[in-house]
Design a protein. Structure first.
Length: 327
């Protein structure tokens, strides 16, 4: 007999029922060594068998200790009730529940996040006689996900704050001139796209602001700027915008408003500003503003808009101040 024939005879001598590695051995190896937990239950959700991993988590030396017990003997009622509902659903429908992420609440107060899959337990005839399941502890993964979610939330909040800072004037709290041009471009595009109704800007500055600074100091000037800014915010509609354009200059943008409507609203602002004293540290003073209006319907671009408003502001200054020129 040659070597090839000898090897062939030897291989043919290995039959399935004498294999060292058989199904029972494979299952036992998995049950005893896997970090996942395995458990089998009857139709009443009573334990028939648990793997050593389950016993270890329970602090039980002998896995047979839990045979006949239910989740209500091991977990808090809320978790046990949920497990019971799932298992009765599987028994009733024959459908498995796969990859359910849930929090296990143990009687000692400890908790663990697990990913659980449960299946119908069948006898040799294919009848459902209970359920069996596999649970994987994903507590560390869940913590990592929560930490990532927290970091992402903080990053989003930080970005939102940076966005607000990038469009906000630090002294007055109003939108800044950069954001003004962004909004105007959007409004011009909106008018061109859908034929929106007119919108109007009013460019205004504080009358005799240099004299205020010279007589009462720059802190008083800053107070006056914040004072006017607050009055603008308090007395315009939510859909309108107030900007600090620079120095003592402000812009109010009246959205979807024609010149007549803007005039009515802006004249009211003029009156409120003139009538409300500036609360300085040791005294009070009053300020007035002058302004020039321009409508989007009058222009083709933002530069033209500002040129028209600036010319009308200059006219208001020359004709007595504390007024707004509209045409």
């Amino acid at each position: 007999m040659n070597n090839q024939e000898s090897d062939k005879k030897e291989n043919n001598s290995i039959v399935p029922d004498t294999r060292i590695i058989n199904e029972r051995f494979i299952i036992k190896t998995i049950m005893e060594n896997s970090q996942d937990t395995f458990y089998f239950k009857d139709k009443n959700s009573r334990f028939l068998f648990i793997s050593k991993t389950v016993a270890s988590r329970l602090g039980i030396a002998d896995p047979d200790y839990v045979i006949g017990k239910t989740d209500f003997d091991l977990f808090k009622d809320s978790h046990a009730a949920g497990a019971y509902r799932d298992e009765q659903y599987i028994i009733k429908t024959g459908k498995p529940i796969l990859g359910k992420v849930e929090m296990e609440s143990w009687l000692d107060g400890s908790v663990a996040w697990v990913s659980t899959s449960k299946y119908p337990l069948l006898d040799s005839a294919g009848n459902i006689i209970g359920t069996w399941g596999i649970s994987r502890n994903i507590t560390e993964l869940k913590k990592a996900e929560e930490e990532l979610e927290r970091v992402n939330k903080e990053l989003m909040e930080a970005n939102q704050k940076l966005e607000v800072l990038s469009i906000t004037d630090s002294l007055s709290g109003l939108y800044n001139h950069r954001y003004f041009y962004d909004i105007i471009q959007k409004e011009l595009a909106r008018r061109e796209r859908i034929g929106a109704t007119d919108s109007v800007i009013v460019l205004m500055d504080i009358d005799n602001f240099k004299g205020l600074n010279d007589s009462l100091g720059h802190l008083a000037g800053d107070f006056a700027i914040r004072h006017v800014a607050n009055l603008l915010i308090e007395n315009i509609r939510k859909v309108d915008y107030a900007f600090r354009y620079g120095g003592d200059e402000f812009i109010v943008l009246f959205i979807d408003t024609d010149m007549a409507g803007a005039r009515k609203a802006a004249d009211k602002l003029l009156e409120v500003i003139a009538a409300t004293p500036v609360p300085l540290e040791k005294t009070q003073t009053r300020v007035t503003v002058s302004g020039g209006a321009a409508a989007l319907s009058e222009i083709k671009n933002s530069n033209e808009l500002m040129s028209i408003a600036d010319l009308r502001l200059y006219k208001s200054k020359k004709t007595g101040r504390n007024r707004i020129t509209y045409f």
